[in-house]
Design a protein around this ligand. Structure first.
Ligand SMILES: CC(C)(COP(=O)(O)OP(=O)(O)OC[C@H]1O[C@@H](n2cnc3c(N)ncnc32)[C@H](O)[C@@H]1OP(=O)(O)O)[C@@H](O)C(=O)NCCC(=O)NCCS
Length: 428
């Protein structure tokens, strides 16, 4: 088999659990205007969204159009004003808005028609007056006129559209109950809709400057810290929205608009892509199962290579998997720990590890507590562990230093003199 064929089959196999996991889940995707303006990127993205729909995901698209609207104003020589990063929309602007957004919508619909024809299915993309707007109002003496804010969302109507297998499309235009037209911030709409629909994920494409210095994963607590230190206005705005919404939205994925394929990597590969803002209430600490072996290997291999953990073969892990607990976030194993019985009263804690991107969130402590509880449930009175690098952490968690000669006899013969690990113990 050629390498490319091997890669293809392996990748398809790796994607399989994610395909199963995402089926029937609702995702909201925010596309900024400048991404839509790039016709190649738009076409690529349309293909990928048709694929998502084909795989059973329910997709809501929210379109930004600031880039196109700025271009239209410049071409017509129409000045505009912003206040606190929000555009003031006058009656004169409104006409340009409606025309420009009509064009953007047509471009998106055309890209979808082509993409679905190429994949031999007929996917319909539907938009409607699902969002009820109200005026943003007069703030500090400044009248925002036709700039609106979201008043209500008819989520049932959006759900009906999704359940009919269609993609729901929202633009910055929304209407008030008095029949007036308003310009709404679509990024804010995307957060509100994801919340209201109880979406599984909110995927946001944004520029490199907004993503700068953001790590691979951020918990709610990290988002607040980054928000305080961020120097970039658009990053601040995004993180602020994420802090407010993160209680309700399980996962917010930030992806570079320079790489529209990031969306498929984020959804269907183990390592994902971009920055994940996760709601730490949703991580799952549970006994490991045999299909977690690959995830555990992924997590501990770098630590084995650094000599922090002793090497365990795949076969050993498969045989000993019932000793392990794991933490899973977003279908990824990000923590593990094992409890090995020594005799009736003694057991050993081993292989405690937390993925670097998630360290410092007390997940290590949570795993340790769960191992201690498991040991207590089995009437273990002393918990031992051997460590070369981490004894301070364990001492801070109630362990005391011991010596190899104090290990239970049956364990002493396995002590590896070359590693010279420190022996610690904790009376439970
Ligand atoms: C040790 C480990 C499991 C802790 O996981 P965690 O989820 O980050 O732990 P917590 O959030 O509960 O604790 C984080 C604190 O431990 C500290 N810490 C991490 N590793 C440490 C070490 N080797 N020595 C001393 N302190 C350490 C961090 O600096 C942090 O301190 P702070 O709260 O004052 O900022 C994780 O760092 C890890 O996986 N390390 C590599 C594997 C390893 O050493 N395993 C033990 C082998 S037996």
């Amino acid at each position: 088999m050629h390498q490319s064929e091997l890669d293809f089959t392996n990748n398809l196999r790796q994607a399989s659990p994610y395909i199963a996991k995402h089926r029937n889940k609702t995702i909201v995707i925010y596309l900024p205007g400048d991404l839509i303006f790039n016709s190649d990127a738009l076409q690529q993205l349309a293909k990928d969204i048709v694929l998502l729909n084909n795989l059973g995901l329910k997709v809501v698209l929210t379109l930004g159009a600031s880039f196109q609207i700025n271009q239209a104003f410049e071409a017509l020589n129409i000045p505009w004003q912003t206040q606190n990063d929000t555009r003031i929309t006058t009656l004169e602007h409104l006409e340009v808005f409606q025309k420009t957004i009509g064009v953007v919508r047509a471009q998106v619909e055309a890209a979808f028609s082509k993409a679905s024809a190429e994949q031999n299915i007929h996917l319909t993309i539907v938009s409607g007056n699902w969002v009820i707007a109200q005026p943003k109002g007069i703030i500090n003496g400044i009248d925002f006129q036709h700039t609106g804010i979201l008043r209500k969302i008819n989520n049932q109507a959006i759900e009906n559209t999704l359940n009919a297998g269609q993609v729901a499309l929202l633009t910055p235009l929304a209407y008030s109950l008095t029949g007036e037209v308003f310009n709404l911030n679509t990024l804010e709409q995307a957060f509100a809709i994801a919340t209201k629909l109880d979406a599984d994920k909110l995927l946001i494409f944004t520029d490199q400057a907004t993503l700068k210095d953001l790590p691979q994963a951020l918990s709610r607590k990290d988002v607040k810290n980054h928000l305080e230190s961020s120097q970039n206005n658009s990053q601040k705005r995004l993180l602020k929205l994420a802090t407010e919404a993160n209680e309700h939205i399980r996962r917010i994925h930030l992806m570079s608009q320079d790489n529209p394929s990031a969306m498929l990597l984020e959804l269907f590969s183990r390592d994902g892509h971009g920055t994940l803002i996760y709601n730490d209430r949703y991580h799952d600490l549970r006994p490991a199962q045999s299909d977690d072996v690959a995830g555990i290997i992924n997590l501990i291999t770098p630590l084995e290579q650094e000599g922090i953990l002793t090497k365990r073969s795949r076969e050993t892990l498969e045989l000993e998997i019932h000793n392990f607990l794991v933490i899973e976030i977003d279908q990824k194993i990000i923590g593990c720990a094992a409890l090995y019985p020594i005799d009736n009263q003694n057991a050993e804690l081993a292989c405690l590890a937390v993925d670097k991107a998630y360290q410092g969130l007390a997940l290590g402590e949570e795993l340790l507590n769960a191992i201690q509880k498991k040991a207590l449930d089995r009437n273990v009175s002393t918990l031992y562990l051997l460590t070369t690098h981490t004894h301070h952490w364990f001492i801070e968690h109630g362990f005391i230093e011991s010596t190899p000669s104090q290990l239970p006899e049956s364990r002493q013969s396995f002590y590896n003199n070359q590693r010279q690990s420190k022996v610690l113990l904790k009376k439970l």
